[in-house]
Design a protein around this ligand. Structure first.
Ligand code: HDL
Ligand code: ZN
Length: 413
């Protein structure tokens, strides 16, 4: 590697390592939400991705697994995926990256010792340690007013840790309106599932109340591959008559997360969802019809990635983000990030962690920083080969943009 290339690599690695990240989509909670915040090695091991991988090796009935204690589940997962078979899947590797990041000696394979480390840890102390190790500025939570455990906490106006921002998640409202309507009614919103009377205005009031209550940075929903706009459906009416006007009035983005096939194997519970190719036309329709609105978009199918980049080239009110869920693997993160830099330059958000367990912030960002950094080295090296000299300040500027500033600027637009 010549001197010029070496200096590019060292500048990029330093910038990528030093830049604090805004993680724009997670399932984490501040400690004020109590047990809703998951952390520690047994939560890491029983994360639903590892459950799915374990159940491929064992023949026990699913319900027997679900009847086990979390510790027994973790023991089974550890034995199956780490001892009986090498932990080369991204999720298993992630567990080891976290343990190593906490300064534990992974070579001992001593789960008892790993547990002792977490048993001695206070959650507030561990939040600080994880944010420092992952070098994070802040995270955005996923906040669901239809969640019976989460809603009561919000109603007591909890004191939030400033590193945790809120996003309003409305899957039940948009994807199961028939069930959501009576619940809204029970909360004092005068709605009717047949959309009669004041229903649309009352749904807008519900959205506004919750955006204000949680100070939501954006409004989000996960959508099936069959999601279509325009469409003669409750979901389409609620999006065009409630979500769009409220988001425009509040100046916040509407984040669509398209491609989830819910519960293809219900016995796997949270691990039972699958993936399907969505329709980019639906996102293009909304971006074109509502130029005053801001839209964020991530999709779950690898086959949607290229058209998502092209749609972003067409609409400056569209911010694409992340290598979501089944795309959050090194080979796909690299492929998608290269495609995005080549088609969009830095005007996108390359990654979010989607962390459900606090500790995952460590591994998801250690792994993604490395991959994104390596792609950036190639891109700057390509420039150097034309004679274009990129400065250290410019590299730090670009990395700050993709690791947080693009998000915050998009919110301000
Ligand atoms: O709907 C979502 O936000 C997804 O990220 C799901 O939570 C999914 O189960 C998940 O955990 N992905 O990582
Ligand atoms: Zn998620």
């Amino acid at each position: 590697m010549n001197q010029k290339d070496q200096s590019i690599r060292s500048m990029v690695e330093s910038a990528v390592r030093a830049t604090k990240i805004t993680d724009i989509h997670t399932h984490l909670y501040t400690p004020a939400f109590g047990g809703l915040l998951l952390w520690g090695v047994d939560e890491l091991l029983t994360y639903h991705y590892l459950v799915a991988e374990t159940m491929r090796w064992v023949d026990m009935p699913y319900n027997d697994f679900w009847a086990m204690s979390k510790r027994d589940q973790a023991d089974l997962i550890w034995k199956t995926l780490f001892i009986d078979h090498s932990p080369i899947s991204e999720l298993c590797r992630g567990v080891l990256t976290v343990l190593d990041g906490c300064g534990l000696d992974v070579s001992t394979r001593n789960l008892k010792a790993f547990r002792a480390y977490f048993d001695g840890m206070k959650v507030e102390e561990y939040v600080d340690k994880v944010f420092e190790t992952a070098n994070l500025e802040s995270v955005v939570m996923t906040n669901d007013p239809f969640d019976d455990l989460e809603r009561p906490v919000w109603m007591k106006n909890p004191a939030l840790d400033a590193r945790f921002h809120a996003a309003l998640r409305v899957d039940p409202l948009l994807n199961s309106w028939e069930d959501a309507a009576p619940r809204l009614k029970s909360w004092g919103y005068n709605v009717d599932s047949g959309f009669s009377g004041a229903t649309m205005g009352e749904v807008r009031r519900f959205l506004t109340d919750w955006i204000d209550r949680i100070d939501a940075l954006y409004l989000a929903v996960s959508l099936p591959p069959t999601f279509a706009m325009p469409e003669d459906s409750a979901r389409a009416r609620l999006i065009e008559e409630c979500i769009i006007p409220v988001c425009r009035e509040k100046g916040i983005p509407f984040a669509m997360m398209i491609g989830v096939k819910k519960l293809v194997n219900p016995e796997l519970r949270l691990a039972g969802d699958s993936v399907g190719k969505g329709s980019i036309e639906s996102a293009e329709y909304l971006c074109a019809k509502y130029p005053q609105n801001k839209f964020m978009l991530t999709m779950l199918s690898r086959e949607n990635m290229h058209e998502m980049c092209i749609a972003a080239r067409k609409f400056r009110n569209l911010m694409i983000f992340g290598c979501w869920w089944f795309l959050n693997n090194p080979s796909l993160i690299e492929e998608i990030t290269r495609m995005r830099f080549e088609l969009l330059g830095e005007s996108m958000i390359p990654q979010h962690s989607d962390s459900r367990v606090l500790d995952q912030l460590i591994y998801k960002w250690v792994h993604s920083r490395k991959i994104i950094g390596d792609v950036l080295v190639d891109k700057y090296t390509d420039l150097a080969e034309t004679g274009w000299q990129v400065s250290n300040e410019e590299i730090r500027r670009d990395v700050a943009d993709i690791f947080g500033r693009n998000f915050w600027r998009f919110l301000e637009r």
